[in-house]
Design a binder for this molecule. Sequence first.
Ligand SMILES: [Mg+2]
Length: 472
Amino acid sequence: MDYNQPMIAPPPAEREIFCNRTLNLRSIKAIGYDMDYTLIHYHVEQWEGRAYDYLRDRLHAAGLPVSDLRFDHHSVIRGLVIDTELGNIVKANRFGYVKQAWHGTRPLDYDSLRSGYARTIVDLTEPRFIFANTLFSLCELSMYAQLVDLVDQRKLDPSLGYGNLYPLIKQSLDAAHMEGQLKAEIVDNPSRFVADDPDTVAALLDQKRAGKRLLLITNSEWPYTEAMMSYAFDPHLPGSMRWGELFDVIIVSARKPAFFSQHNPVFEIINSEGHLKPVVGSLGHGIYLGGDAWKVEQYLGLSGDDILYVGDHIWGDVHVSKRLLRWRTALILRELEGEVAANQAFSADQQRLAEMMSQKRDKEFALSQLRLARLRAGKSEPNAQTEALRTELIKLDNQISPLARASGKIGNETWGPLLRTGNDKSLLARMVERHADIYTSRVSNFLFQTPFAYLRSPRGSMPHDPGQPIGG
Ligand SMILES: [Mg+2]
């Protein structure tokens, strides 16, 4: 890309910034960034695959018969929910109704799904349900499903039920030892794990030139942050500029979401070895470990809607920063890119589907009216006219179902689109709407929109709006 020429054409649809609540970037004075899967994107199959291997090896060392298991990244997506009571992985709609479910690695048939969830709504405040917030959750989902199979095959200790499996996975994954080992491997061979995107660096340079104060707020620790940011940013910066010069404040080991919800001690990192000095008084331009959002606001002399925070964790990055501090929020959803492109490719079929659904509604209306008119006349038997309508409806359904099936596989063969369940919005979509002012596939999409963009939300649609299509 020639950064010295103005861009003429708007970006392709999959690189757009989508807007839930209108955001004027000109009025944003500071932009904070998360690092992992936000400023730095990892090849999911590689990162999660290695994380899965470490997890499996630890479980194996603890005596579980898991050595043959492999990470299946096609079978899991962000936004799914683990139901630890029934050993299922489910996808719910915006109201929490379960629309798809797998028990272990097998799909639940319609009747079992109905009987399992007829009276159960996914309520994420209940400890029973575990929500897959980020791409980091994928290896946990895959492992959970496979361990449920082992429970059903009675291959695990009988004291281990569905409910014990998730804490076991979490304990094994959280182990600092594993994270240290995995990160050392990534630092040794970053090109295998990190997806290069020089446009991210260009977008941040533009924001800095336009007078925005940039912040890096990451849960990763200093040596890893320094290694990853140097690898991904330094080659694309002008002259001898280093990545640290882009940021006014850098905060590592931030412990989000607690960073946004409670006051925490803070230390200054005084050299590249990571030596620490306690902070007396307020923060300054520098590199820190720990701390909290109030200290950052105090240093910047800014608060609330002066600050935009950009992250990929729906809870730890965007929910808490919005709810407690009223910061403006941007969610990074990398998978959106493939999904928007697939939706574009499907749009002619989607239109045909909507037309056929509209025909179906008209015919069902006509059939019901006919039946009622005949009932009023004391005739309950079908006649030639009702039979003809029924035949037409069956024909129509036969045309509709393959298209509806294809529409339900957009984005992922098994689970379909990230932000939809059938015709409705998914639970993830509801959370994105509530907590993220804007959402987009990657940080470099800010390059197309410039630091001066006025991002307007579309007029929210309601079922009673004129011309609302009947779904397929
Ligand atoms: Mg992150």
